[in-house]
Design a binder for this molecule. Structure first.
Ligand SMILES: Cc1cc2nc3c(=O)[nH]c(=O)nc-3n(C[C@H](O)[C@H](O)[C@H](O)COP(=O)(O)O)c2cc1C
Ligand code: SF4
Length: 404
């Protein structure tokens, strides 16, 4: 996959980057002192009232996850692995606002009376966190662990495995990490943006948090916008912002686009006619899309959607941790069928074969990777239905041909 350089939010702007610099003095000048003395019940109540949902992909309510942990020697992990190739928001936070992430981590740890705390991220991001920890007195219990940067390295059970053994491979999802995670202890794994947002909820309260965003998507969220846009960048936007407005912010003319991939490689396509939809799970439900970790990839009109999708399916197949048969063999087979359609092979059964393989792998892995990959392939076959038909008839609707 080719990587795009994404512009980062200017320091001193928005909620998450309000600090003029990554240092502690600038952080405290921007946000004031953190509120301490959190009990589990008090933090639970504030999080529930805030409506904060996880920013790592699944969008699970933060209070629910916290409520499933007792206060028995819990472990709290800030997940900054950011295995998604087109996401830059977590690196932006860890380098630009490391103290906000640490405030969130330490607040959750205080509420859970946690004994061990981790920040797990690529080496380039950990340097800024180490510098931030050296500035604070409350960070002695925080350990830094390097993530390898592979696509599955940020899956929660792979995170725990990496912390325990140094090998970032997903484990059987039957065991809930909140019950038995790191070394058998109840473990809270949160995305680093979730923890930064949690720090804001803890400091200013749920009512303040809800002054941005909508009832069903309160607060702000970070989005990494790339693809066919003039200014690929990470932006902080209010929850519930329409896709069109996010694209305008990246300098794109929404009328010039064919579709947008929402939620990254594990996401789904939303066609141009629906760009007025709000970037929320409810707003995009018809397309099986949700904001996920906030990745938007624009596809220009005239580009072939199948040619764009096939390399992503191949990348996802290559990213299998090769532990479960259906994932190891099913994903490459599915990617190969999509590649054949994209390349213009005129075998009418190919579309049904891709659907069949998507059905075969779904629900058959230890982690969510095969399901999400099947979801991406299904979305491609649905949103680019006309392109599939055209390819199988021997021509491509993309004015620019078979461009990847
Ligand atoms: C294949 C795969 C890769 C994932 N990669 C990441 C990642 O890089 N960062 C992340 O925060 N969550 C990632 N997740 C989601 C995590 O499993 C987990 O849901 C998340 O860290 C929980 O944080 P949240 O509650 O703050 O969203 C991934 C999930 C899957 C299935
Ligand atoms: S489903 Fe795939 S990625 Fe997940 S654990 Fe099994 S082989 Fe690894």
């Amino acid at each position: 996959m080719t990587e795009t350089a994404l512009g980062l939010p200017a320091l001193g702007t928005g909620r998450l980057f309000a600090s003029a610099g990554p240092g502690l003095a600038a952080h405290e000048a921007a946000y004031g002192p953190p509120r301490t003395g959190w009990t589990r019940e008090a933090l639970l109540a504030e999080l529930e009232a805030s409506g904060l949902a996880g920013r790592g992909g699944a969008g699970f309510p933060a209070w629910r996850k916290l409520s499933s942990l007792g206060a028995r020697r819990a472990v709290v992990v800030a997940n900054g692995a950011e295995g998604e190739p087109l996401s830059r928001k977590d690196a932006a936070l860890l380098t630009g606002a490391p103290h906000l992430v640490l405030d969130g981590l330490l607040t959750a740890a205080e509420a859970l009376n946690a004994s061990q705390l981790f920040v797990y991220a690529p080496a380039a991001s950990l340097a800024g966190v180490a510098a931030a920890l050296a500035e604070r007195r409350d960070g002695r219990r925080v350990s830094l662990v390097e993530s390898p940067g592979t696509f599955v390295s940020g899956e929660a059970s792979a995170v725990v495995s990496a912390l325990e053994t140094g090998v970032a491979l997903p484990r059987d999802s039957a065991a809930r990490l909140t019950t038995a995670g790191y070394r058998g202890l109840p473990t809270l794994v949160h995305n680093v943006e979730t923890l930064a947002q949690l720090a804001l909820v803890a400091r200013y309260g749920a009512d303040w948090f809800r002054t941005a965003g909508t009832d069903d998507d309160p607060g702000t969220r970070l989005v990494s916008v790339s693809g066919d846009v003039p200014a690929p960048h990470v932006a902080e936007v209010p929850g519930g912002t329409p896709l069109r407005d996010i694209l305008l912010g990246a300098g794109a003319d929404p009328g010039s686009l064919a579709a947008v991939l929402v939620g990254g490689f594990h996401g789904a396509w939303v066609p141009a006619k629906a760009l007025g939809r709000r970037a929320t799970a409810a707003g995009l439900a018809d397309y099986g899309a949700r904001p996920g970790a906030g990745v938007l990839v624009a596809l220009a009109a005239g580009r072939c959607g199948l040619a764009a999708a096939a390399p992503i399916a191949r990348y996802l197949a290559d990213s299998s941790a090769r532990q479960c048969g259906p994932c190891t063999f099913g994903l490459p087979a599915m990617a190969a069928v999509l590649e054949r359609i994209a390349a213009g092979e005129r075998s009418p059964w190919l579309a049904a074969e891709a659907e069949r393989l998507a059905g075969l792998v779904t629900g058959r892995g230890a982690c969510h990777h095969p399901d999400a990959t099947a979801g991406f392939v299904r979305s491609t076959l649905t949103v680019f239905r006309q392109e599939v038909r055209a390819h199988l008839d021997g021509h491509c609707t993309g004015a620019e041909g078979w461009r990847p």
